[in-house]
Write a protein that binds this ligand. Structure first.
Ligand SMILES: [Zn+2]
Ligand SMILES: [Zn+2]
Length: 700
């Protein structure tokens, strides 16, 4: 007699819903009567909201509401797929942690759009065929069952009426294309075995292993242990296209229990992969940062591969960091966490227990020797030694972190510099497109034939980007040059295709931006070159040293992986910079030690947290007033442990003037609350209605 009671209770229940509106001005949950279908926490419902109908997520169920019964509105419908309850809680935490809104954070954990694709599936029944009158064709048809009905549906229907066959719709999975390799079972080295044992003890670990030291095998073993314990796994990788080997090894080892989640999937593929995880059919989610929201139940392990990679930071609102969110999710689930890198971030090295893989596995080759080439006073982008080495190497990787032909143009007569009309930055020459382009807003204009200010025909081109170096190397060398940057890889499959061509080529040179330093594994590459190693050092950013070190060390890791060994050349005008010198010595510990001391002295992470608020508006005065108002409000509510920098001007971007306020704080939670309240207050202020606010907690 329990059933009617429960129905009575459930019909009286109130669904407390967060409507998915983009505005910052409305916050809080709204009460609705549930729709006719059953709902729970995480159900995605359609609700009347003002004059519109919006999607919303059920965040709580309540027995009563403060809204009078006659004013309660019924939700209009519910989606078939729901958000797991733990992800609803994680999203709410994220909304607070990143000074965003619950609606925006919940949008990140929603089931993807789409529906299952079905096909008619035919199978034999138990009825004996002996004594049945069947044609040859019918017998052949019955032989191939079970299988999709396809074009034989008519014939199968006739067999169905005779009771020989059943036909029913069945889900048909859309399988993402991958290059799964055969699994090679590997015996663990003593270092790897020690790492697996350390991870088994639980908690958070940094797997600090030099490039080529077999980190992936440690992930695979930890993953197998989690599965054996009935738990699920999330594996985060920087970019699927650049880390195909890692993905392929998970698929080779674990087969269909691996689901891939990334942006290059079709809508149908993404939907099916999400569903396979949600239903428990797949237990391992592999993907870039958004895979941290994969609907994996009973999470037992989170792996963050190449944890130093900047792509883990999301640049939309909420500006979450997948590494931070992954750690929070792992803590909530009681899961183990492994962050792996050859060049760990100082905060990871400082905060996590470290296990080491100090040596390369396999071929027995050590890390390649690195030579620093002083480019002070040089008037050609290539050092003579670099030219000689490139001429002698069959396969090489060259890193230049600058796209285009020339990075700025000036008039030799009057000094005019070509700048973006929307942003205060120089325009970059892209010769193949015959255009000047802004790398910030996408503005394009034709290449000037003469100066529009003084009429001079003499326009100087300064600096060399990947496009120009590609042309120069193509002329100087006998081998083909493959350029890998955002300009040559705009289409969906361009990266894997280009890398496959480079892999197959007997000789060649892979030239590109920081993309070439990410996890690629070509055993026959014997030379790595970094042109302009200090380009990243010149950024006015506390992470400049960290980035420079990681870029050089990672590129060095791409060279000399095979039996022939290799070497690395680093061109720089700052040969004494400690990040460059440490990378040349393969001295990650020395670098981390020095960098942590510097950060401690300057109160940078991990010794303080940073929060950045950017206020932008068409008018300078409004942007400044907003920043000043936020700074004033934060100063009023925080104490001495929070240091305020600014308001300071930033360069104009997309026709908007910008000011920023930066908080350096050791009272993280309080400072986040104060910032959130200050921004919410300023956003409601009438005089500031044209101002857009962007809050970045832990900017990178
Ligand atoms: Zn001029
Ligand atoms: Zn621009």
């Amino acid at each position: 007699m329990k059933w009617p009671e429960r129905r009575l209770w459930s019909s009286a229940v109130i669904a407390r819903v967060q409507p998915l509106t983009t505005t910052r001005r409305l916050s809080g949950l709204f009460d609705y009567l549930p729709p006719d279908a059953p709902v729970g926490v995480g159900s995605v419902v359609r609700v009347p909201f003002g004059r519109q109908k919006l999607e919303g997520v059920v965040v709580e169920l309540a027995a009563t509401s403060e809204v009078p019964a006659e004013k309660l509105v019924r939700a209009a419908g519910v989606r078939e797929d729901s958000v797991p309850a733990d992800l609803v809680q994680l999203a709410l935490w994220m909304a607070d942690e990143y000074c965003s809104t619950a609606a925006r954070a919940l949008s990140l954990v929603l089931p993807p759009p789409g529906r299952a694709r079905t096909q008619l599936w035919a199978a034999r029944t138990a009825t004996e065929l002996d004594g049945q009158r069947l044609t040859e064709n019918q017998r052949a048809l019955l032989e191939r069952l079970p299988g999709p009905a396809g074009g034989d549906l008519g014939s199968l229907r006739r067999l169905e009426t005779r009771g020989l066959v059943t036909i029913a719709p069945q889900a048909r999975r859309r399988v993402p294309r991958t290059n799964a390799a055969a699994d090679r079972s590997v015996e663990l080295t003593p270092d790897q075995a020690a790492a697996v044992a350390a991870v088994r003890e639980g908690g958070e670990h940094l797997l600090h292993g030099v490039t080529g030291s077999g980190k992936t095998e440690v992930y695979l073993r930890a993953c197998a242990e989690a599965l054996a314990a009935g738990r699920g796994v999330i594996v985060l990788v920087p970019e699927i296209a650049l880390t195909p080997q890692t993905v392929a090894r998970f698929q080779a080892r674990f087969g269909d229990t691996v689901a891939l989640l990334h942006s290059a999937l079709s809508e149908g593929e993404r939907y099916d992969e999400w569903r396979r995880l949600r239903s428990g059919e797949a237990r391992i989610a592999v993907g870039p940062r958004s895979a941290v929201f994969a609907p994996v139940a009973r999470l037992g392990l989170v792996v963050i591969d190449e944890e130093h990679d900047p792509s883990y930071k999301h640049e939309g609102d909420p500006r979450y960091d997948a590494r931070h969110v992954a750690a929070e999710r792992a803590r909530r689930a009681g899961a183990r966490l492994i962050a792996g890198s050859a060049t760990p971030r100082p905060e990871t090295a400082h905060g996590l227990r470290r296990v080491r893989l100090p040596e390369r596995v396999g071929g027995g080759r050590g890390l390649p020797p690195v030579r620093v080439l002083d480019m002070r006073g040089a008037n050609h982008p290539l050092h003579p030694e670099t030219r000689r080495a490139l001429g002698g190497a069959r396969k090489a990787i060259v890193l230049l972190n600058r796209r285009g032909w020339s990075n700025f143009l000036t008039c030799r007569a009057c000094g005019k510099a070509w700048e973006c009309p929307n942003c205060d930055v120089a325009l970059v020459l892209h010769r193949a497109e015959r255009a000047l382009a802004c790398h910030h807003c996408g503005h394009r204009e034709p290449v000037p034939q003469r100066c529009d200010r003084c009429g001079s025909l003499s326009v100087a081109r300064h600096g060399a980007g990947t496009e120009r170096v590609e042309a120069e190397l193509g002329e100087a060398l006998e081998v083909p040059v493959f350029r890998l940057d955002a300009d040559t890889t705009a289409t969906k499959d361009a990266v894997p295709r280009l890398l496959a061509r480079f892999r197959a080529a007997p000789a060649g040179l892979l030239l590109g931006t920081q993309m070439v330093a990410k996890g690629l594994d070509f055993p026959d590459v014997t030379l790595g070159v970094v042109l302009d190693a200090d380009a990243t050092l010149r950024f006015p950013d506390f992470r400049a040293e960290e980035r420079t070190f990681a870029l050089i060390a990672q590129l060095a890791g791409r060279a000399g992986r095979g039996p022939r060994g290799g070497r690395v050349l680093v061109q720089t005008v700052a040969p004494d910079a400690s990040a460059i010198a440490a990378a040349a010595r393969h001295d990650a510990d020395g670098f981390l030690h020095e960098e942590l001391a510097r950060r401690r002295a300057l109160r940078y992470p991990p010794f303080a947290d940073l929060i950045r608020v950017v206020c932008s508006a068409p008018q300078l005065a409004a942007a400044h007033a907003a920043a000043a108002r936020v700074a004033g409000a934060v100063a009023d509510t925080t104490g001495e442990p929070t240091e305020l920098l600014g308001p300071a001007p930033l360069f104009r971007l997309r026709n908007r003037e910008r000011f920023q306020v930066v908080l350096k704080t050791t009272e993280r939670a309080l400072a986040i609350r104060a910032t959130g309240a200050a921004v919410e207050d300023a956003a409601r202020h009438r005089a500031l209605r044209e101002v857009a606010f962007s809050v970045d907690v832990d900017p990178v």
